[in-house]
Ligand binder design. Structure first.
Ligand code: MRU
Length: 367
């Protein structure tokens, strides 16, 4: 997508041909800064501290992290060390293990002198594949928006999204946002309700920044506004992303997604999920019982960063000194609340049968 008119991805090889450049998402929207990663430890730090985030981009960064490890040392021990350091960064998104398993399985059988080149090729291919997957999600989601547009006879279509499942969460396009960008580019009048997404404000900081850069009309709302808007007919559909979806269609996503899905169900608002297949965990069936939910530092709840009037970026405390805080980062929306899963191969119902029909080979692999 574009930043100040310039086409960009979220991760790419540095001009030196081996280091890896990323956009530091902890600085957006107030500062646009590029950071260069030179070791697998730096890649792990970028994932853990959310300089990069979003399930698909976490997977791509991990793949590049393995390439950085092979640049330094092509031994078996180096593969294992990088795999372990990268895997322990964040527990919830499926794409992390999926990407690491894929790269490790390809590298281990090779001779050490073949591994560096192969690792970079794998990382670049994985990033390109992510872009293609998201573009296909956009193409399959577009008819859903077009149908609502036709029913509304030219009125803007109001789409609510939560967190950032935009291009910043992927290598390009985004998952939830790909259909929105394609609809906007096709001249369909879309307007996006952007949940701020406490505590880290990925909606207010990142989704809003992306949409503004692309010229898509949008309004930032507090997380608790969605239900009210739906009761008043001001939301035509919801589209969120997901960090892990079970073989049965339970959707794990940023904390607060479940409450939006409940409100959507109560108000007859369709609730769709942009779902790249690497985010499907075919090994589990019960999202609430089986998906590990990341708990992050309480500081993210008790403190909030922003820009002061003098332009300086500062963090302020918003809770009493004596009050403890808890920070559950994800929740699970049961399949029964999901209208459809927009994948790169088409729209599936949130059910084992419908997901399996689109991805039969992945079912066989996980058996
Ligand atoms: O904690 P984050 O910012 O990595 O979480 C990302 C999300 O939960 C996004 O909402 C998204 O839907 C998943 S990535 C496309």
């Amino acid at each position: 997508m574009r930043v100040n008119g310039r086409a960009m991805r979220t991760i790419w090889l540095n001009d030196n041909g081996w280091a890896v450049d990323i956009i530091d998402q902890t600085r957006l929207p107030h500062a646009f800064e590029i950071v260069t990663l030179k070791t697998p430890e730096e890649a792990a730090h970028a994932i853990k501290h959310m300089l990069v985030r979003g399930a698909p981009l976490i997977g791509a960064t991990a793949a590049y992290g393995m390439a950085l490890a092979m640049h330094r040392d092509t031994s078996d021990a180096s593969i294992s060390h990088a795999y372990d350091v990268l895997l322990e960064t964040r527990p919830t998104a499926s794409n992390l293990r999926w990407a690491l398993d894929r790269v490790r399985a390809a590298l281990v059988p090779l001779r050490p002198d073949e591994r560096e080149e192969a690792a970079y090729r794998l990382a670049v291919d994985l990033a390109d594949e992510d872009v293609a997957i998201n573009a296909d999600i956009g193409r399959h989601g577009l008819p859903i928006i077009t149908a609502i547009a036709e029913a509304k006879g030219g009125e803007p279509i109001n789409i609510l999204t939560h967190c950032n499942a935009g291009w910043l969460a992927t290598v390009d396009w985004g998952t939830a946002t790909a259909p929105i960008y394609m609809a906007h580019d096709a001249g369909i009048p879309v307007h996006v309700w952007v949940d701020e997404t406490r505590p880290r404000n990925q909606g207010a900081y990142l989704t809003a920044w992306e949409l503004a850069n692309h010229g898509v009309p949008h309004t930032v709302i507090v997380d608790n506004a969605g239900g009210h808007l739906m009761q008043h007919g001001l939301v035509d559909m919801c589209i969120t992303g997901t960090d892990r979806t079970t073989a049965t269609g339970d959707v794990c996503n940023k904390i607060g997604t479940y409450l939006k899905a409940l409100a959507a169900h109560d108000n007859g608002v369709p609730f769709y999920v942009g779902l790249p297949s690497p985010t499907i965990d075919f090994s589990i069936s019960d999202g609430v019982a089986e998906i590990p939910i990341e708990q992050r530092s309480a500081d993210e709840v008790t403190h909030i960063p922003g820009r002061l009037e003098n332009g300086e970026i500062a963090t302020v405390q918003i809770t009493p000194d004596a009050s403890p805080a808890a920070n559950y980062a994800f929740d699970v929306t049961p399949a029964r609340l999901v209208t459809g899963l927009i994948t790169e191969r088409g729209v599936a119902e949130a059910s084992r049968e419908s997901i399996a029909a689109l991805f039969p080979e992945r079912i066989r692999q996980s058996a």
